[in-house]
Design a protein around this ligand. Structure first.
Ligand code: FE2
Length: 133
């Protein structure tokens, strides 16, 4: 299981809860993979991940603009790359071009971990200075 720890906190409660939700979605995938049922549920879960990540990125990007965050362009670029990757993955899974594997699971896990621990944490001071908690 991918467990949320305080180490993941960006110091803003509503964003932390969304990050927890993303980890829960990844855990659903991991569980299905472990039980050998990934192919039955992967399309739905990737769809859920895409929808949720989209909404979550929009929220972060809204604050970047509102607070004139200096790391905005770079951060939005990372989001954009993830959106593209998930879009391609989703259509490759639907068409049967790829099947869901441990490698893909770890790609998602690594991306999310790096993104939260390094990229998202960089906006922590800015968001807090602007009053978010
Ligand atoms: Fe982000």
């Amino acid at each position: 299981m991918f467990d949320w720890t305080d180490n993941y906190s960006v110091g803003v409660q509503s964003i932390d809860s969304q990050h927890k939700e993303i980890l829960l979605i990844l855990n659903r995938l991991l569980e299905a993979l472990k039980q050998g049922k990934a192919n039955d549920v992967v399309n739905q879960i990737i769809h859920d991940l895409e929808q949720y990540a989209y909404m979550h990125f929009q929220k972060e990007e809204f604050f970047f603009q509102r607070f004139n965050y200096s790391g905005s362009a770079e951060h939005i670029h990372e989001h954009q790359q993830f959106r593209e990757k998930i879009k391609v993955l989703k259509s490759d899974l639907i068409s049967g071009k790829v099947s869901f594997t441990v490698d893909l699971m770890f790609f998602l896990k690594e991306w999310v971990e790096h993104h939260i621990l390094v990229i998202d944490k960089s906006y922590s001071d800015c968001f807090r200075q602007n009053g978010l908690r």
